[in-house]
Design a protein around this ligand. Sequence first.
Ligand SMILES: Nc1ncnc2c1ncn2[C@@H]1O[C@H](COP(=O)(O)OP(=O)(O)OP(=O)(O)O)[C@@H](O)[C@H]1O
Length: 493
Amino acid sequence: MPRTSTGLHTLTPQQLTASGSPHDRVYIEAAPGSGKTTVSALRFGLHRFAAPTDAGAVVALSFTRSATEELRTRVARQWGSASLRWPHRVVTLDTLLCDLLFHLLGEGVLHWPGEHTELDVLDSWRSTLPTKPGRIRPVLQVDCGHVVIRTVDEPQNASHPSALDFKGAVSAGTCTHDNVREVLQGALTADPARRALISYFENSVRSLIVDEVFDANDLDREIFSLAASASSLLTLVGDPWQALYQFRGARPAAMAAYISENGFFTHYLDDSFRWGTDRQAWLTQRLRRRLPVTLQAGSPRDADMALALKWKTLWECDPHVLPLAIKPGVGQVQEAICTLLLNEIAQNALGMQAAFLHDALVTLGLEREVLATTLRPCLQSAITNLKYGDQPAVVWQRLTRSLAMHIPAIAATQLTRKPLGALNRLQLRLANDWVIPGLTAHQSKGREWNTVAVRLSPADAAALAHGLDPARSDHRALYVALTRARLNTLALT
Ligand SMILES: Nc1ncnc2c1ncn2[C@@H]1O[C@H](COP(=O)(O)OP(=O)(O)OP(=O)(O)O)[C@@H](O)[C@H]1O
């Protein structure tokens, strides 16, 4: 299919029909690489410019920051940056949920402790409050329009801040995206909040386009319903085989039921543009038909990207794979320092950034500029020392001493536990002349490379030998990993 220099293509009849569908509720189901993002971007512009003077916003949503950024870039490329002039926007679903909560607080339908109406919303508490493993989790609930702090006893241990720290942070107007969801969920059990959100959509959103919709959870689905009942146009785009966010409550079967019960007009996109070889097209077809497949074996030398379901699997495979996240498991500050080191190594070797660099900077209370200007020499010198065989314990001691001069969070922390395992693994990678990057299936979603080597666990290999089941989240993650290559997918030996 021809491509112009602007990256625009001749669209297929299916893509054109789906983009311009005149129905109010539209569902577009599409296989990998068949143009979900392309069609979402096109529909965004069609709605945006259909009524240029209408003050109601066209809002496109996706779930991850990287997928949202990709969609925003495509909209700007296809329709020009004026298409994204406020109030029209492409944002994460989390951003929309924050807007809705701020609206309820601003309207006085909900009251936050300390009567805050704007909040500082974090990805997780881990980056700002000390957390400890335990079953008691501090949460936010809604009681007669007031946001209140409670604790719940969870069935399993996980890392949580103490109830006291939590209370202090929430009262100062800070919370996490999980807390935003808890509060909205609680608020939506009462009529005033539902009415206020319907009127928000009526007055300010004329079209909502949701990409990767099978990653939605029950709250997200409820928000889409409120938008639809406010007569906003609603477009849902997705592939049930690529739902990955089970851990945040995604229920692909419930989403499919919602679509079939609510009169959505369905369009299918069947042709994929990702596959540059018959073999890759054949592989995807067999996976989708739940048939057994055998992958050709390959080494990192043969691939542009290594993928696995877990970071640990990548760290345990061939050291020519440099996984782009590191979790030493000995403390938050140690993890953040190791992430800074990994980021430098990834920049040096691949020109790429570590996956959780932003979290590391938040944990250490650093601005990105400080990394480039002040910290880089300390980090690069630690990397040189590791590369030339210095003991990781000695490198760590020198590095933390020099970083402590610039980072109060390090000076104030007793780093008694050293991340020696993580440093050993980095040292092993530094001994190589070349590496390829490694990512999890989750991080690879929506992206593509020429040749991808997938590190299969014994369970993954067994699943492939029998055929994948889209009802299983681990099989769906494997499907995403196996459909990222344009030319060839290999089993990483
Ligand atoms: N009609 C077309 N002609 C040529 N190339 C196309 C066409 N439509 C989409 N593409 C290209 O195919 C690739 C995949 O498209 P896109 O990213 O929109 O698919 P997707 O369904 O969102 O993918 P994924 O399933 O990985 O999320 C992109 O490089 C895109 O530019």
